[in-house]
Design a protein around this ligand. Structure first.
Ligand code: F6R
Length: 639
């Protein structure tokens, strides 16, 4: 271990964690884990500012290597804030970006030149001649010379002081894909298929993602005096574990950081989840056992030895490094019974679900409600609750042009059947032609006309109403909040503003709900769920401060994953026919079926398949632990 281990922040729902003993950790790069990604961004920004000030004190440049992507945005926002509000001076900063797509015009929506201008450079006082970004608009024959020039410029400014990195699911740093050696320099590379898939939503389809890019090399990065690799979100957990705990290998270019004397990994709790000290800390350190950790260990052991919890015996514990746990609880049988009972008490049949209450279900997109909690929603309706489903964003960016065409054709035909006046029909025909014409000329990734964005939103709204009808709710139960932060017409969204919070607040004041359901996953691919969550929590704070009773908050997870058995507070079982009802409701979101625009890069299944697999998966897990063999189960965390 070349560095002392860092203090560990506690991932809140997973019990207490400690610091592994020297020599027992499997981490070969020092890792800092943050509960809150925002806090992580603040710390990184502080570090950068410290460097800038130290360098200025000795009359020197602060030379930074910078990434794009979703990961560094928080850091860039904090740097902008520090400049604006605290007057931090960036005039001695020189920046070298890691990469740029090829080919790519610097003004394109997806260009990293544009990304950096919009997110950072337009808001700081770094002189333009001190900003370097690889050029994606050069002729192919000029690229090699351009790459050599890039390396020369880095050397001219005395080398990189600090490089910030994100990590791709392929394990890439910059665009150094698997296969990249430690000696590579700035060059043109071919992008990995995983990377192109991950970028698909920015380009409105994987087929529009360039096949090549220019990137700083692994060797260039390793020569920096300090490197910080940042990662947030569950989808990064597996690759972080391989980069930090695995062998150094060209297959995972980020693993070369293990050879750097001054490299650090900053992760949020979600991205740290697969590290041994987080996932199974008892394997690498003496843990301070509490009930949550004990529960996790018993569930883990039950899976390891493939026995139901109540079949576990002393030898199973002793053979799996769990002596201390047995010692702490005294009696294996009692411990197992306690964990079993704890899980059993979390199963909610309809009689334990709310009845005759006012309920608001917040759904980030117009389909998360039925995908994530369609079974429970139906039971809440059956329990005579007054249910309002608030769709927070209009979901319009995820509608294909084709669907608008189909609906316009339908309107034209309907106008004829309904014998509308000739003038109205002619107007409709002309509008249809205008929109068809726009689609014909539209470039990949081009933002739709405002009226087309509306039409796309209304397609989603009508689907949401149809889905609610399947659940037993009428159209009056649907509220379309159409929050302003989402209304950019692009994948990239605005920050949450007071206007967003007010909209949520108005609904809370109007409904005065006893219970609210909120998408609680903070790592969906585009951050929309996270933004919605923040707006709701901000609104709740104001609502409570005004003397209203705080509703009980049920957190469900979005389409991408489910709460782990050890984390969930409530399990709602579903029969086969109940799951079929739920799938029927998901089918009503026709524009998202067969081929969704944003399936998330991490999964090729349709949304109904994911919902089915996930609900049946939870049921199977409970069954394997020795709990009742349900057909399917939805899970919630309740606060
Ligand atoms: C981008 C870059 C890439 C990204 C990585 C993670 O300039 O160098 O290595 O850092 O693909 O992307 P996000 O942060 O979007 O998950």
């Amino acid at each position: 271990m070349k560095q002392p281990l860092m203090r560990v922040e506690t991932p809140s729902r997973l019990g207490r964690l400690g610091v592994p003993h020297e020599g027992t950790s499997r981490e070969k790069i020092p890792v800092l884990i943050f509960d809150d990604p925002q806090e992580m961004a603040v710390q990184v920004a502080k570090k950068i500012v410290r460097l800038i000030e130290e360098k200025r004190a000795v009359g020197d440049w602060a030379v930074l290597g910078l990434p794009t992507g979703s990961t560094p945005i928080g850091v860039y926002q904090e740097l902008v804030r520090l400049h604006r509000e605290e007057g931090v001076d960036f005039s001695n900063v020189v920046t070298f970006n890691l990469d740029e797509y090829y080919p790519m015009h610097p003004d394109s929506l997806q260009s990293y030149h544009r990304f950096m201008r919009e997110n950072l450079f337009d808001h700081l006082n770094i002189p333009p001649e001190q900003i370097f970004i690889p050029r994606g608009d050069l002729p192919r024959e000029a690229i090699e010379e351009h790459c050599q020039w890039y390396e020369r410029m880095i050397r001219k400014y005395g080398g990189l002081d600090l490089v910030l990195l994100g990590i791709g699911r392929s394990g890439h740093i910059g665009f150094n894909e698997p296969g990249s050696d430690r000696s590579t320099r700035t060059r043109l590379v071919v992008l990995d298929e995983i990377t192109r898939k991950d970028a698909a939503s920015d380009f409105f389809g994987a087929e529009n993602v360039p096949r090549e890019a220019i990137t700083m090399g692994v060797g260039t990065i390793l020569e920096a005096r300090e490197v910080i690799l940042m990662a947030t979100g569950e989808h990064k957990a597996a690759i972080i574990q391989r980069a930090v705990e695995g062998e150094v290998s060209r297959q995972v270019p980020a693993s070369f950081l293990q050879e750097h004397p001054n490299a650090f990994v900053y992760v949020d709790a979600a991205a740290a989840a697969e590290l041994t000290r987080v996932k199974t800390p008892w394997l690498v350190m003496e843990v301070d056992w509490d009930d949550m950790l004990a529960k996790r260990a018993v569930i883990w052991l039950s899976r390891q030895v493939d026995k139901p919890i109540l079949h576990l015996e002393g030898a199973d514990f002793y053979n799996h490094h769990l002596h201390a746990l047995v010692h702490r609880y005294g009696d294996v049988d009692r411990l197992c019974l306690r964990v079993f009972e704890d899980l059993r008490s979390r199963i909610y049949y309809p009689d334990r679900l709310p009845r005759k209450k006012r309920i608001v279900v917040f759904s980030p997109h117009p389909d998360d409600d039925v995908i994530s909690m369609g079974g429970t929603l139906r039971k809440l309706v059956e329990n005579q609750n007054s249910v309002v489903v608030a769709y927070m964003t209009n979901g319009s960016v995820a509608v294909f042009d084709n669907d608008v065409r189909r609906h316009l054709r339908f309107m034209e035909m309907a106008s004829e059947v309904l014998a509308m006046e000739a003038e109205v029909r002619e107007r409709l025909r002309r509008e249809k032609e205008r929109i068809f014409d726009f689609f014909r000329r539209k470039r990949p990734g081009e933002v739709d006309l405002p009226e087309i964005q509306r039409l796309k939103a209304y397609i989603r709204y009508s689907e949401a109403i149809a889905a609610l009808e399947t659940i037993g709710l009428g159209p009056e139960a649907a509220r379309f909040l159409d929050m302003p932060f989402y209304r950019t017409g692009q994948v990239r969204k605005l920050p949450i503003s007071q206007a967003d919070v007010e909209i949520v607040l108005d609904l809370l004041r109007e409904q005065e709900p006893h219970e609210i359901f909120v998408a609680g996953d903070l790592s969906d691919p585009h951050g929309t769920h996270r933004m919605c969550y923040r707006a709701i929590m901000a609104a709740l704070e104001v609502y409570e401060a005004a003397g209203h009773n705080r509703p009980r908050v049920w957190l469900y997870r979005g389409a991408w994953q489910e709460w782990g058995i050890e984390e969930a507070d409530v399990f709602v079982p579903m029969s086969k026919s109940e799951l079929e009802w739920k799938i029927e409701a998901i089918f009503k979101h026709e524009s998202q079926k067969d081929r969704a625009m944003f399936p998330g890069a991490y999964d090729d299944r349709e949304f109904w398949q994911r919902a089915r697999d996930r609900n049946q998966g939870t049921a199977r897990e409970l069954d394997r632990l020795g709990l009742p063999a349900f057909y399917a189960v939805e899970a919630f965390v309740v606060r």
